[in-house]
Design a protein around this ligand. Structure first.
Ligand SMILES: NC(=O)c1ccc[n+]([C@@H]2O[C@H](COP(=O)([O-])OP(=O)(O)OC[C@H]3O[C@@H](n4cnc5c(N)ncnc54)[C@H](OP(=O)(O)O)[C@@H]3O)[C@@H](O)[C@H]2O)c1
Length: 323
């Protein structure tokens, strides 16, 4: 049975990738700092940390590796540079361990010219993957919409709880979102291809950010006053709310990314599912409670599974004591 390794099988995109590998009959191992969800016994797991010896052991017999690892924002001493360095270690170990194909989940419109740390850092890693000597795919999602998407979920939470929704900067920036399931399929299709690939993962529809908020309001059945507000004013309001929810809801860089259309692709869509249909069918799952992303990734929530890709998984030891 071919063996795949994916980071974050109990998190957001990694869980959709894991589900696709299982569907296609792979022996699946995940690197994650989250506990294995109850009842999961068809995925082995080991901690995601960037000690080269540990990684060399974990990656030893992999046919294919999908790396979803990244940090959404700098926090508590972890920066985008930290993520770049960690991925440099991972890619180097994978190449030396003889991983046959390496898939890097990047982001749409990553660029070395970008002044935004997220997009610049991703482009640095893209370069490392190209230079690694491994057969590779670079997959660039736009905005991934599913039950665990923090941005969409928290917009819906705001819409459910407040009568007005000021859209930062007017919301004219465009996005071409993709469903989580399509994203998993596009990534695993790329993992199983043989050519070196650099592709976007984007759905068939596009919206301005304001249209997207209006769609979310329709999907969850609420009528709200949705209006454009100057970026500085909306960010000031968001900073106030952050004091109460103790989270970082939207960074200035993330807003600039939206305004610069960085979550939009100009290539033909690789996703086939309608995000609008998914939202209409599943809005009931979204925004029921506020999702604190800092707690989820940097706090006590960083070891709790976000999602189970399957009902079956087993612990795994690779002989160095790491489970
Ligand atoms: N979600 C989107 O809309 C979107 C759009 C474009 C690109 N992407 C890219 O797609 C990839 C996966 O995104 P995702 O939404 O699935 O992200 P995610 O759930 O936050 O996690 C992805 C992986 O990164 C690890 N990770 C995240 N924050 C971390 C931290 N602070 N410290 C240590 N490890 C951390 C996770 O570890 P655990 O397994 O321990 O949780 C997981 O393995 C990322 O590279 C992201 O940049 C996402």
């Amino acid at each position: 049975m071919p063996r795949a390794i994916v980071t974050g099988a109990f998190s957001n995109i990694g869980s959709a990738v894991a589900a696709q590998f299982l569907l296609r009959g792979f022996d699946l191992h995940t690197l994650t700092n989250r506990r294995t969800p109850d009842g999961v016994d068809s995925i082995t797991s080991a901690p995601l940390h960037f000690d080269p010896e540990h990684l060399a052991c974990e990656l030893d017999d992999a046919d294919v590796m999908v790396s979803t690892y990244w940090v959404r924002l700098p926090h508590g001493g972890t920066t985008f540079d930290t993520a770049v360095q960690n991925l440099e270690t991972l890619i180097g170990v994978a190449a030396r361990a003889g991983v046959k194909r390496f898939v890097h989940v990047s982001v749409s419109n990553a660029s070395l010219d970008s002044k935004l740390g997220y997009y610049h850092g991703k482009a640095r890693v893209d370069e490392m993957v190209r230079a690694s000597g491994m057969s590779y795919a670079i997959v660039r999602p736009t905005l991934v919409v599913g039950p665990y998407d923090v941005l969409t979920g928290n917009i819906v939470w705001f819409l459910r709880h407040f009568p007005i929704f000021p859209v930062p900067g007017g919301g004219a920036g465009r996005i071409s979102p993709i469903t989580l399931r399509d994203t998993g399929r596009v990534i695993v299709d790329a993992a199983l291809a043989s050519d070196d690939l650099d592709i976007d993962a984007a759905g068939p529809e596009s919206y301005t950010f304001r249209e997207y908020v209006e769609l979310l309001a329709r999907a969850c059945g609420v009528r709200r006053l949705i209006f454009g507000a100057p970026a500085w004013l909306a960010l000031a309001g968001i900073r106030l709310v952050e004091l109460f929810v103790r989270d970082v809801i939207l960074t200035e860089e993330e807003l600039l990314g939206l305004q610069q259309d960085l979550l939009l692709t100009h290539k033909p869509p690789t996703g086939t599912e309608s995000v609008e249909t998914w939202l209409m069918d599943n809005a009931g799952l979204l925004g029921r409670s506020y999702v604190n992303d800092i707690h989820r990734h940097f706090g006590a929530g960083a070891t709790t599974p976000i999602r189970s890709p399957t009902a079956h998984t087993t612990p795994h030891s690779c002989g160095n004591g790491h489970l």
